[in-house]
Write a protein that binds this ligand. Structure first.
Ligand SMILES: Nc1ncnc2c1ncn2[C@@H]1O[C@H](COP(=O)(O)OP(=O)(O)OP(=O)(O)O)[C@@H](O)[C@H]1O
Length: 352
């Protein structure tokens, strides 16, 4: 992964990961934004504490970097129980999951990130574990195979997914509470930035925070990362003083534009406009043309472009809007909002 991609990509690496961990809010009341999710979760947790029982399993859905991992840690802290973290791709075989489930302590929170990427056999084992706190360990093969039931301690599963629509219904239905995490408002991101600056010992004027928040794609992880790049720039080129102008110059240098579009976003729009005349074009063709995995384009770039009104997902493929032409400094063709696009939009499928 190139360094400019890391600026807005889903995952942090090395030292960045350590700083990210240090910036995580530890309690629900420190968690900024997502007011509805916070209130709903607070009720779920408080009633569980009152009943002295583990709460219902929780599913969190939303784009990368919106705070799903942070919330899972908060859930464990608020309940005063340990937390075990794993991810869907790490659970290739049922045995991988059985090894974790069988060693959970009473009330423990098990966080499974990217739960939609779990292998089928593990997923089936999870159904029983979630419902009956039991797993069946299969011994032997073929007709002689027998299932040995194994009791496990009551636990709370917290699943996180960027694609709730990809979860099989039997799994989705076993979560008592689904938290839909939305992109953050600019004002909320400013609060995140001010909080992080305090923790990093930086002085961040209000207008500089606004400048960074406006380029953070509604995502706290990106806001924090851009703040660190602005800090680097200020240290080397502005005697450590962060101003609105310094922030803008730093982010221009890192190719994050005023609306928050990065290289990948602009590559997607550039290909869509210049090579495919604005679309419609299929996701996989678009991904090949920009040299990325379809999932990266779909999960990292598209939700933001759609939200900015620059791209529409239609049953026939991805279409650039007139605003996209203008944003890229091109003249929209007269039919950019033509009848066929309008008809496609009317039947728009969120997840074709
Ligand atoms: N509501 C919030 N208030 C303050 N900081 C936040 C908030 N949400 C997230 N952050 C910050 O953003 C960073 C990323 O959050 P987190 O890792 O929880 O995202 P995520 O949604 O779990 O992403 P992924 O699904 O890719 O793991 C953390 O360092 C945390 O400090």
């Amino acid at each position: 992964m190139g360094s400019e991609r890391d600026l807005v990509s889903a995952e942090a690496e090395g030292d960045e990961r350590l700083i990210e961990a240090a910036l995580r809010p530890k309690r629900l009341e420190e968690f900024i934004g997502q007011a509805r999710v916070r209130e709903q979760l607070s009720l779920v947790l408080h009633s569980a504490l009152r009943r002295n029982r583990p709460p219902d399993h929780v599913l969190m859905s939303g784009s990368p970097g919106l705070g799903k991992t942070t919330l899972s840690m908060i859930i464990a802290t608020e309940l005063g129980v340990p937390l075990r973290i794993t991810s869907g791709p790490a659970l290739e075989r049922a045995g991988d999951l059985a090894a974790i489930l069988s060693t959970l302590s009473e009330g423990e929170v098990l966080f499974i990130d990217e739960i939609h990427r779990m292998a089928r056999p593990a997923e089936e084992m999870l159904y029983l574990a979630m419902e009956d706190f039991r797993v069946d360990i299969v011994v032997g093969k073929g007709p002689g195979a027998t299932a040995i039931p194994l009791e496990i301690a009551p636990f709370t599963l917290v699943g996180a997914t960027t694609r709730a629509g990809l979860l099989p219904a039997p799994l989705r239905d076993r979560f008592g509470f689904v938290a839909h995490m939305d992109f953050y408002e600019a004002g909320e991101l400013e609060q995140v930035l001010h909080r992080s600056s305090r923790l990093l010992g930086l002085e961040l004027p209000g207008d500089a925070a606004r400048e960074i928040a406006g380029r953070s794609r509604g995502t706290p992880r990106i806001a924090n990362r851009l703040l660190r790049r602005v800090r680097d720039f200020a240290e080397v080129r502005a005697e450590g003083v962060i101003t609105k102008e310094v922030a803008a110059a730093a982010l221009n240098l890192y190719e994050v534009d005023a609306q928050g579009l990065d290289r990948l976003d602009r590559a997607v729009l550039g290909v869509l406009l210049r090579r495919f005349g604005g679309g419609p074009v299929g996701l996989s063709t678009l991904a090949v043309a920009v040299g990325e995995e379809p999932e990266t384009v779909e999960v990292v770039a598209e939700p933001f472009l759609v939200r900015q009104g620059l791209l529409a997902r239609t049953p026939r493929g991805r279409v650039a809007t007139a605003a996209a032409w203008i944003h890229m400094g091109l003249t929209p063709p007269p039919d950019a909002f033509g009848a066929s696009v309008a008809a496609d939009l009317a039947g728009q499928d969120e997840d074709p």
